[in-house]
Design a protein around this ligand. Structure first.
Ligand SMILES: [Zn+2]
Ligand SMILES: [Zn+2]
Ligand SMILES: [Zn+2]
Ligand SMILES: [Zn+2]
Length: 800
């Protein structure tokens, strides 16, 4: 504390505090002053991070860490920083070399930094030799590089020019420790203590150790860093044997309280308790209140202020959750014999790595296997691992892909340069492009999210699903997982999975979008619960049974990733559902309209006639065409995957449901989900320009002209080029370009225009709207002095 204060003060005031003063303060505060004012002297147990702990942490970082790092290069920095803390404090490196070559990661850092022109590639660096008859070679860095941090901050596209903040490193080191299983966390002091003890044990004099530790005060060294446990082998000394030096190491290691089974997320039952606690409830209510206030405001200072307030309240909730998790971790008994297979892990966080690791770049996977091997410098394996590290640090890791979907040399199968697409669209784009490709070739394409494999015939797909089920190679956790904008795992339905009367492809139906999965699960599990007397877990691989609904829900949440309460609540909120569905119709429509060239012919359109759209649309002309919309929709969408909701709901399930409201819900959800599913075709197309804008109560649509010709409406959210929108908004005054006025009429004293969108993609009916005068360009408005003149002129144009 004293040192921290002194350092901060020095930095702030640019005056150096006298060493003697600094050195004398700490012992004074902790000695006489503490006695005088009654300071708490007990500083808790001293902790020592031994090699055993070091190995756990480093191995974990590369082999199991489920934390979603902003960039894969960050890991190398962590390893480096950790090593540096060890090696600059003591000779720990020598002992660590068997596992980790200390220069290895540092070299990757140096090469990828671009700071040394002579070391810009792995080959170049390895080819460098000292000049004849000398032992070393001085390598110059570029001037520009001197301004660049050795340990930078990162974002998803790579290194930033700012330094990593020491406090942030300390915090991240701490969390890394907790994730590894060090229940009470770690600090760099734990490393320093161990390092100094090692130096002491290795036969260095106390003077040397003091110097190494940058300490002047023997008492501080002895009391704060060296262990209370004597490291002398008493037996060996007395009997004149070879003395052991590692006697006390295990005792020191034990101070870190390593728990291989440390929980990383709050168990469901505890979560419920927490969420019902007074404090939590009152904060949640506060958030709800602010949200109501916000909904009344459109913008302005108050609006921003309220948004910040919500954020602050949400932080409070997060802190409560974190605090509770810490408490639970600290009180958790240490269990050593708990070797579980990934699917048996109840802990959401801990199982996360196994669910996303197939999405990691192949370099990263290879490195995970390398870390515990002792590699001989310059050996083939060593060089390739070094190359992998450099690649990881220099590649953008904003988006994750399964191997078959990964762009080759940055290009999609369609030839498009991936980096030109917004991050969130890269995975869907690649997925859809591959799918289209296979479909064109084979007429069928399904991607199995369990094996990351394309299956290209219907029969094969049924067989594929059957094999999964028969081998019981099915996911234990059923929720879909998105990792770095890519769908890492699809969602599955445990009720359907166990239903042997269904074809395998329906039992193993994959839900790529969370919303659809939630809708289905809410429905399916509700009927399941209604129809079973006991709470027996429906999952094939699970034998859980209990008598209370609460326990059952906790189990589903914890083991299968199904938050039943949340799921049902969400789907019972009709207003929200409706909003979504309306928006999605537009996305669907435009996306489909545009992909008309690659549309697959309708195989059995009759199957879908029972699907009805009940949502009201904001524009009457659209309402009129709802039917034609759904036809377009049927025609061009991926029928098998995205519209087989109707058959995927077991008819038996809803016939047996007595509650009529549930039945209504079924049909509603059913159609909504189909619409939702359709938006999964997030294919990106080039927009040439924006022609017009339509503002509804809920959103803004733009009439765009596509790069390949034709126009259609797009929601603002789907146009990624904000600049294009801004440019358009600067000059837009109303409908003028790309339209022609067909007719006018007066309704309730207001003039309306019947306009047609030229080159409109989609149904002819959709292309013609009645619009109010306010939406027309002033030049085209007939109101005012020359109303009749213009009207006459227009009549002439269109009617003669
Ligand atoms: Zn593509
Ligand atoms: Zn598979
Ligand atoms: Zn189901
Ligand atoms: Zn279960």
């Amino acid at each position: 504390m004293m040192r921290k204060f002194c350092n901060a003060w020095q930095r702030e005031n640019h005056i150096e505090i006298d060493r003697a003063f600094k050195d004398s303060m700490a012992p004074y505060i902790e000695g006489p002053l503490a006695d005088k004012i009654g300071l708490e002297k007990d500083k808790g147990e001293k902790k020592f991070l031994t090699i055993e702990n070091y190995v756990h942490m480093q191995t974990f970082l590369w082999e199991q860490d489920f934390h979603d790092y902003v960039h894969e290069g960050v890991r190398t920095d962590y390893t480096n920083l950790f090593n540096i803390h060890c090696f600059t404090s003591a000779r720990l490196s020598e002992l660590c070399q068997a596992y980790y070559n200390p220069m290895f990661h540092l070299l990757a850092n140096i090469i990828s930094s671009g700071a040394y022109p002579e070391l810009s590639t792995v080959e170049q660096s390895l080819a460098i030799r000292p000049p004849e008859n000398t032992q070393f070679r001085i390598i110059a860095s570029t001037d520009a590089a001197k301004q660049k941090p050795v340990f930078p901050q990162w974002n998803s596209s790579g290194r930033k020019d700012e330094h990593r903040n020491p406090t942030s490193w300390a915090n991240q080191f701490y969390s890394w420790g907790v994730r590894t299983g060090l229940a009470e966390g770690v600090s760099v002091h734990c490393i320093r203590r161990e390092a100094l003890i090692k130096a002491n044990d290795n036969g260095y004099s106390i003077g040397q150790v003091l110097k190494f530790a940058s300490q002047r005060n023997t008492s501080v060294l002895v009391h704060h860093y060296l262990s209370n446990i004597t490291t002398i082998d008493g037996t060996g000394s007395f009997l004149g044997m070879n003395c052991r030096v590692d006697l006390a190491e295990h005792f020191r290691s034990a101070t870190m309280k390593y728990n291989p089974d440390l929980i990383q997320s709050i168990p469901a039952s505890e979560k419920t308790k927490l969420e019902n606690s007074e404090e939590y409830v009152s904060i949640s209510e506060q958030i709800q209140n602010i949200k109501v206030q916000i909904s009344k405001l459109a913008s302005g200072e108050d609006y921003t202020h309220l948004r910040l307030q919500i954020k602050a309240e949400q932080m409070k909730l997060r802190d409560l959750r974190e605090k509770r998790l810490r408490q639970l971790q600290m009180s958790q008994p240490i269990t050593y014999e708990s070797i579980k297979s990934p699917h048996e892990l109840n802990d959401k966080q801990r199982s996360q790595y196994h669910r996303i690791k197939h999405m990691l770049p192949k370099e990263r996977i290879r490195l995970a296997g390398m870390m515990t091997k002792s590699l001989v410098p310059r050996s083939e394996e060593w060089v390739s691992a070094l190359q992998d590290l450099v690649t990881l640090r220099t590649t953008n890791s904003g988006v994750a892909f399964q191997e078959p979907l990964r762009p080759v040399d940055g290009h999609c199968v369609c030839g498009k340069l991936m980096k030109n697409l917004p991050l969130k669209n890269q995975w869907p784009h690649s997925y859809m492009c591959h799918k289209e490709n296979y479909k064109r070739k084979y007429g069928f394409a399904k991607f199995c999210f369990l094996c990351s494999e394309w299956v290209i015939s219907e029969r094969e797909w049924e067989g594929h699903c059957l094999t999964h089920i028969e081998k019981r190679d099915i996911p234990f956790r059923c929720d879909p997982v998105t990792f770095r904008y890519g769908t890492a795992c699809a969602g599955y339905c445990p009720v359907h999975l166990q239903n042997e009367s269904l074809p395998a492809r329906l039992r193993l139906k994959q839900y790529r979008l969370k919303q659809n999965w939630e809708d289905h699960i809410a429905l399916c599990l509700a009927s399941y619960i209604a129809n079973s007397n006991s709470f027996l877990c429906p999952h094939m691989l699970c034998e859980f049974a209990c008598n209370s609904r609460d326990d059952f829900e906790h189990h589903l949440d914890e083991s299968h990733g199904i938050e039943l309460k949340l799921v049902t609540k969400k789907s019972q909120n009709p207003r929200k559902r409706k909003l979504n569905s309306e928006k999605e119709i537009f996305i669907t429509k435009s996306a489909m309209d545009f992909s008309r060239q690659s549309a697959t012919p309708i195989k059995n359109a009759d199957d879908f006639d029972n699907l009805e759209y009940t949502s009201t649309l904001m524009c009457e002309e659209f309402v009129a065409n709802t039917n034609s919309l759904s036809k377009v929709y049927k025609g061009s969408m991926d029928i098998e995957e995205d519209i087989d909701m109707a058959d995927s709901i077991d008819p038996a399930l809803y016939q047996e449901t007595t509650d009529s409201t549930t039945v209504v819900q079924i049909s509603e959800l059913n159609s909504d989900s189909n619409i939702g599913n359709a938006s999964s075709s997030d294919v990106i197309y080039e927009v040439r320009r924006i022609i017009a804008r339509w503002k509804s109560r809920r959103e803004i649509l733009y009439l765009v002209e596509w790069g390949t010709g034709g126009t259609s409406w797009q929601p603002a959210d789907d146009i990624f080029d904000q600049e294009m929108i801004d440019d358009f908004e600067r000059i837009y005054e109303g409908f003028q370009e790309g339209i022609s006025v067909l007719d006018t009429r007066t309704k309730n004293g207001k003039v309306e225009y019947y306009i047609e969108f030229l080159d409109y993609i989609g149904s002819k009916k959709d292309a013609k709207w009645w619009v109010p005068e306010s939406t027309m360009h002033p030049d085209l408005r007939i109101k005012g002095s020359n109303v009749e003149k213009k009207r006459a002129k227009r009549r002439k144009m269109f009617h003669y």
